[in-house]
Design a binder for this molecule. Structure first.
Ligand code: NAD
Length: 279
C-alpha cells in the first residue's frame, strides 16, 4: 500500500506556482471574509493565511461580527469586487443562519471566486469550460496526478454529493474521462457501487463509515472526511481495516486537506490570469 502524501504533493505544486509568481509585476491579493468566530473556521483561515504568506500574497483576513446584516456583507463584497488589487475573494463557511449563504457566495464576481462555488463557475465546470474549480475537487485530481494515477477510463465512485466536494468532483472527473458514480445518503446498496470502483472518493463526514467490505481489492482510496473525535482527527474511511486491501490511500490528516489549501494558492493565481485576459 502506498500513502498518497498530500504534504509532498502540496510542496511540489507550490514550488511550481512560485516560479510563475516570480514573473508577475505585483503581489497577488487574497481576501478571506470570516463571519463570527467558529473555532474550526479560525483554524482553516489560519492555514490559508500561512499558505498565502508562503506565496508572498497580500493576505487580508476580514473578520466580521456574527450579527452583521446581509446588506453590509454584500456591500463589502461589492467593494472588493471593484478593487483592482484584490485577485481572490472567499467567504469562509459556515456563516450565521440569518445570512443567505448562496446569495453571499454568488455576490462574488466569478473571476475572483477562488472557491469556485458561484453558480457561474459551477455551471462552467459542468459544461467543461475553463474556470475556477472548487479547491478540494481540484486538489483530489492533482494529488492523483502527482502519483501518476490517471483517471481516464477508470470507474470512480464518489460518496457524498455536496456542492463543496462531491458534485464538482463528479463534473471534474467526468471532464477527465472517468466513469463516475455519485453516491449519497439515499443511495441503495452503497457497497454494490463502491465495490466496483477502481478509485473510491469518500466525502461524507461520518467517522470510519467505509471499511474493507466496501472496497475492491487494489482500489485507490481518497478519504476527504475530517471528523473531530475522541481519538483525534479521523477520516470517513476506517484506515486500519482497509489498509491491506488498497493499492493507494490518503492519510487523515496529511492527505486531501493539504491539497485544498494549495489549490487556493493556485486559484488565486488563476483568478489573476483570467481577469487580466478579460481586461
Ligand atoms: P456535507 O455534509 O455537505 O455532505 C455530506 C454528503 O454525504 C451528502 O451529500 C450526503 O448525501 C452524503 N451522506 C451522508 N450520509 C451518508 C451515508 N450514510 N452514505 C452515503 N452518503 C451519505 O459534507 P461536505 O461539506 O461535502 O464534507 C464532507 C466531509 O469532508 C466532512 O468531514 C468535511 O469536514 C470534509 N471536508 C474536507 C475537506 C478537505 O479539504 N479535506 C474539504 C471539505 C470538506
Amino acid at each position: 500500500m502506498i500513502l498518497l502524501d498530500g504534504k509532498k504533493a502540496k510542496i511540489s505544486i507550490l514550488e511550481e506556482l512560485k516560479e510563475e509568481l516570480l514573473k508577475l509585476d505585483r503581489k497577488l491579493g487574497l481576501t478571506v471574509i470570516q463571519i463570527g468566530d467558529d473555532p474550526a473556521s479560525n483554524v482553516y483561515v489560519r492555514n490559508k493565511g500561512k499558505m498565502a504568506n508562503d506565496l508572498n500574497y497580500n493576505f487580508n483576513h476580514i473578520k466580521l461580527d456574527d450579527d452583521i446584516t446581509e446588506e453590509d456583507v454584500l456591500a463589502l463584497i461589492n467593494k472588493l469586487n471593484n478593487d483592482d488589487i484584490v485577485d481572490g475573494i472567499l467567504v469562509q463557511m459556515p456563516i450565521p443562519k440569518h445570512l443567505d449563504s448562496k446569495k453571499i457566495q454568488n455576490a462574488i464576481i466569478s473571476v475572483k471566486d477562488v472557491d469556485g462555488l458561484t453558480d457561474i463557475n459551477m455551471g462552467k465546470l459542468a459544461h467543461g469550460v475553463d474556470s475556477l474549480v472548487p479547491c478540494t475537487a481540484m486538489g483530489i485530481l492533482d494529488l492523483l496526478r502527482f502519483y501518476n494515477l490517471d483517471v481516464e477510463k477508470k470507474n470512480v465512485a464518489i460518496v457524498g454529493r455536496s456542492d463543496l466536494v462531491g458534485k464538482p468532483l463528479a463534473s471534474l472527473l467526468t471532464n477527465n474521462n472517468a466513469t463516475v458514480t455519485l453516491c449519497h445518503s439515499k443511495t441503495e446498496n452503497l457497497k454494490e457501487h463502491t465495490k466496483l470502483a477502481d478509485i473510491l472518493v469518500v466525502a461524507v463526514g461520518k467517522p470510519k463509515l467505509i471499511n474493507d467490505e466496501y472496497i475492491k481489492e487494489g482500489a485507490v482510496v481518497v478519504d476527504v472526511g475530517i471528523n473531530r473525535t475522541e481519538e483525534g482527527l479521523v477520516g470517513d474511511v476506517d484506515f486500519e481495516k482497509v489498509k491491506d486491501k488498497v493499492s493507494y490511500i490518503t492519510p487523515v490528516p496529511g492527505g486531501v486537506g493539504q491539497m485544498t489549501v494549495a489549490e487556493l494558492g493556485k486559484n488565486t493565481y488563476k483568478a489573476h490570469v483570467l481577469r487580466k485576459k478579460k481586461l
